[in-house]
Design a protein around this ligand. Sequence first.
Ligand code: SF4
Length: 269
Amino acid sequence: MADPELRVPVSPSQLERAEECPLDWVISSLGGAAGSVQASLGTLVHHALETAQGPDPEALFAAVEKEWHKLPFDAEWESERGRRLAAAMTAGLADYLSEFAASDRELVGRETLFEIPIDRAVLRGMADRLERRSQADGSAEVTVVDLKTGRNPPSKADTETHAQLQAYQLGVVLGAFRLAAGEELPEGTHSGGARLLYVHPDATRGGGFVERAQGPLSDEAAQELSERVVKVSRVMAAGEFTARVEHHCSDPHKPGNCRLHIVQAVSHA
Ligand code: SF4
């Protein structure tokens, strides 16, 4: 890195992608990855959760419908199929919000930013929801919830080491989240873990939603994550990006699914 003052932003969602294949990461971060209707639909479902006033499935679906014209469907039947999917996902959100309303948790942040300087990297991201639960001793624990609109939840074992969830937890542990009006989480707040919330019908298999939970971040895991962030920031700041051709190139569940090195050229006989 030429400029010693330069800080390298590392997004929690891109950490594993850059680790697995630096070339795939740089292509996607320069806008070369193929966008998809599915990704745009996911953005609308996130918006519905962010603006939700309660567990009303119709209001949640209406929030998606309001922005529907922005989705680039090629044909009416695709749009209809997308609507059915959106209805299923917003119904799942409503189920989640009902369960939340009946719980002892309170919402303290949505789409909340955090930033953690680590060496010359800045781990920076945004969490979908911060939910707080008061403890008997007067302290509070905060759990981060990350909404996913994909169809393949990770295994329970992979969730335990999920880098994005660990990054959010580090944000809680270090008090790095900025709540509304610039407030911080009160001192003494500890992490209650982090959860992935899936609402795609292929993931929920008949239930409204399914979750994958990561236990509270240990000191060792926090240290390990910090080291990974520093290492990946060096990869991101480099002038050359290595292509790591491995099984992730053709794995539909992995981010490195750009197929750049595995699809044969049209001229290939
Ligand atoms: S095809 Fe594989 S090696 Fe090539 S850029 Fe994509 S993930 Fe990397």
